[in-house]
Design a protein around this ligand. Structure first.
Ligand code: PMP
Length: 426
């Protein structure tokens, strides 16, 4: 039987070393030793299909990415205060994926740093402090972005300059999600103005991943963004989760909404595991910010980061991964719909490309979130050698996020495991 059970002394050492800050998957965590494509291998030899990871987005340990990284690391690795061909080539290539008005790119090492910078730029540009987020959003771990990450705050609630609105779900807004969400943003703007903070930015993950994955209808964000920009605030699209071709129909998640973000933040899949992230920004906003403080980041925009990021862009293009996300994503959706026809506990299937959310409810009532059932299914899936996570306020949504090099037979493996897991749970 599949195990992958970590030796208990390894777990003990982990807990002794990291203490209360240790976060692990599964009560009985898995010791991993290697990975390739969509599969991870545990110390006991069990291989797991990775459906919970959008960092190694072009595939675990992709040889072209690892090769580019290693070759550049062996040649030269320096901070960004020198000129370097590969760095500018990378930035040109990355910039070409964005709308023309986002003319500048600033690289960082994590999505948290990117959002931190984005928020500070927005506050400088608007002279206001207020930020609007969604109810279960996560935007990172610095002190400024922890304050705008309701899902990370366990005690004490949001600070006064941050207002959270319900995510763009049918449960919250009924059939007209676009109008409902825009109304909620309008109300939040009024609240922030009443409190004397004004509005600096609306920041959302453009696929609302920790909120439970909300992708449709296409374009629903446009109204809320217009309301924000008309009020003098900026729109920041957090592309850390949906970016880099995952949604299948576009390279960036915000594109499906036909909106013009003032700042875009990105990260996770950008270096396929090498820590890189950054923002794309309107140059005048960045210029104003740099009048006050400037920005330097020791490890960001190094030649190794650039060579790695460039290889990731090459692989996405050469292996047609955006198209694979669309095609495989459609096939995955068919499989999920088929399961839903046989099991009323699947109450909703959402998403785009290879980013899907599947709601479960123990009694089939969509208004009764099945967080417990999702937890049981996640653990059962592990026994069927599939790694998957949860999202949503009550953990009621299965979060589906495999590498973009997924194949149809891997989709079949996943659907079979989910079917079996559902049959043994509840
Ligand atoms: N934004 C979103 C939407 C995220 O999901 C995350 C990470 N889970 C971050 C920002 C922060 O990125 P990092 O962990 O690289 O700092």
């Amino acid at each position: 039987a599949p195990g992958g059970h970590a030796q208990s002394d390894l777990l003990d050492r982990r807990l002794r070393n990291i203490g209360a800050a240790s976060v692990l998957f599964y009560r009985d965590p898995i010791e991993m030793v290697s990975a390739s494509g969509c599969w991870m291998t545990a110390a006991d030899g069990t291989s797991y299909l990775d459906f919970y990871n959008n960092v190694p987005s072009v595939g675990h340990c992709h040889p072209r990415v690892v090769g580019a990284m290693a070759e550049q690391a062996a040649r030269l690795n320096i901070n960004s205060r020198y000129l370097h061909q590969t760095v500018e080539t990378y930035l040109d290539r990355l910039k070409a994926t964005f709308p023309d008005h986002l003319e500048n790119i600033v690289l960082t090492c994590s999505g948290s740093e990117a959002n931190d910078l984005a928020i500070r730029i927005a506050q400088r540009a608007t002279g206001a402090r207020g930020i609007i987020v969604t109810e279960s959003a996560y935007h990172g771990n610095t002190s400024a972005v922890t304050e705008i990450s309701p899902s990370a705050i366990k005690r004490g609630g949001l600070p006064d300059h941050v207002v959270a609105v319900p995510p763009p779900s049918k449960q919250a807004y009924g059939d007209n999600v676009a109008a409902g969400f825009a109304d909620a943003v309008y109300l939040a703007i009024t609240t922030l103005q009443d409190r004397g903070y004004g509005v600096a930015a609306l920041i959302v993950d453009s696929i609302f991943s920790s909120d439970g994955v909300f992708s449709n209808p296409k374009g629903f964000l446009r109204l809320a963004v217009a309301v924000m920009q008309r009020a003098g605030g900026l729109f920041i699209a957090d592309e850390v989760q949906p970016g880099f071709a995952r949604t299948g129909d576009a390279f960036w998640g915000f594109s499906r909404h036909d909106v013009a973000p003032d700042i875009v933040s990105m990260g996770k899949p950008m270096g396929n595991g090498f820590p890189m992230a950054g923002i794309a920004v309107r140059p005048e906003l960045l210029a104003a910010f740099c009048e006050d403080v400037g920005y330097f980041n020791t490890f960001a925009a190094s030649p190794v980061a650039a060579a790695t990021g460039l290889a990731v862009l090459d692989v996405i293009r050469d292996e047609d991964l955006q198209n694979n996300a669309a095609v495989c994503g459609a096939y995955l959706r068919e499989g999920l719909q088929h399961l839903a026809e046989m099991d009323a506990r699947i109450t909703d299937i959402r998403g785009a490309g290879l980013f899907m959310g599947v709601d479960l409810s123990a009694n089939g009532d969509p208004s009764e979130p099945g967080g417990q059932l999702v937890g049981d299914v996640i653990n059962a899936m592990r026994r069927h050698r599939v790694l998957i996570g949860a999202a949503g306020k009550y953990g009621q949504t299965l979060k589906i996020r495999p590498p973009l090099c997924l194949t149809r037979s891997e989709v079949d493996f996943f659907i079979e495991a989910l079917g079996k897991s559902l049959r043994t749970c509840g």
